[in-house]
Design a protein around this ligand. Structure first.
Ligand code: FE2
Ligand code: FE2
Length: 283
């Protein structure tokens, strides 16, 4: 397949929105389901520090990029900073609902402390891989309304807003990587990409499963029952991880580029339903 490039008419537009301020969050905000809640809370717990790491990794390569990419990096940074701000608030509400996200944050800090000692281009590669992961999860979240069906309007709007912007900036880290490694032989590029993607995918799955199990433990759900329920949720029904598997695999195909799949229609359709104040018209 011929490699697509980032669409010329794509603009990365930070949408400065705020969600759920002054509201109290139900402990099991996802349809009263502790398992679904644990899955999304475990993801959210990692966003503030994780996205700060993405920003840092991409920024390190901004110097000398073509003007269009430099502009996109700026948009990407602003979007990620606002995502962190909103997920800090979201995590605060989870805390008020009785969850301790400390163990999840500690595990992420430990992962990041290992990665941060590696050369900057390895951090860029890790970010590029994780941004692909985020974009395919965002795509799935918007494509299939079932995933957020149990969430209240403010929480659903937060996750949809975040997903829109993840799709919009999905190729920024990738294009920065292409630029940073433009002198590398193809095989070396592919080898690093393959190794890093397998590594971050393993860590992502292990750590998010660990995080979900920890939150379920705080709900008094432990042992094989907790494992069975979280694995069922993630892999079977609604099966977010199973559903993104094909898109994950596409990353390794020759000529891959995030915009080989132009999914801007999901941005437009979702945005039309998100009201400016954050609540949404999904009735
Ligand atoms: Fe983000
Ligand atoms: Fe992102």
């Amino acid at each position: 397949m011929a490699r697509a490039t980032t669409p010329q008419d794509l603009t990365i537009t930070p949408r400065d929105r705020r969600f759920g301020r002054g509201t109290k969050q139900a402990r099991w905000w996802m349809g009263g389901d502790p398992v679904a809640t644990a899955f999304y809370n475990a993801l959210s717990a990692t966003f503030p520090k994780g996205e700060a790491y993405f920003v840092e990794s991409v920024r390190a390569f901004r110097e000398g990029t073509p003007p269009k990419l430099a502009e996109e990096i700026k948009g990407f940074v602003t979007q990620e900073v606002m995502h962190s701000r909103e997920h800090v608030q979201f995590n605060k509400r989870a805390l008020e609902a009785g969850y301790d996200l400390g163990p999840l944050e500690k595990r992420l800090e430990w992962r990041l402390s290992i990665t941060k000692g590696r050369p900057p281009v390895v951090n860029l590669a890790a970010t590029m891989c994780l941004e692909h992961f985020t974009a395919i999860l965002a795509h799935q979240l918007l494509k299939n309304p079932r995933h957020l069906a149990g969430a209240g309007p403010e929480d659903a709007a937060l996750w949809r807003w975040h997903s829109i912007e993840e799709i919009e900036h999905k190729a920024v880290a990738y294009d920065t990587w292409l630029h940073a490694t433009r002198d590398w032989p193809r095989r070396k590029r592919f080898r690093v990409k393959l190794k890093v993607m397998l590594f971050v995918t393993r860590n992502f799955i292990v750590d998010r499963t660990f995080g979900s199990l920890e939150l379920l433990r705080q709900d008094g759900i432990t042992g094989p029952k907790a494992w069975a329920r979280i694995l069922w949720f993630a892999w079977v029904r609604p099966g977010m991880l199973r559903k993104v598997f094909g898109a994950w695999l596409a990353f390794f195909m020759p000529g891959f580029h995030p915009w080989n799949q132009d999914d801007r229609h999901l941005i437009a359709a979702t945005e039309a339903r998100l009201q400016p104040q954050g609540a949404e018209a999904y009735a």
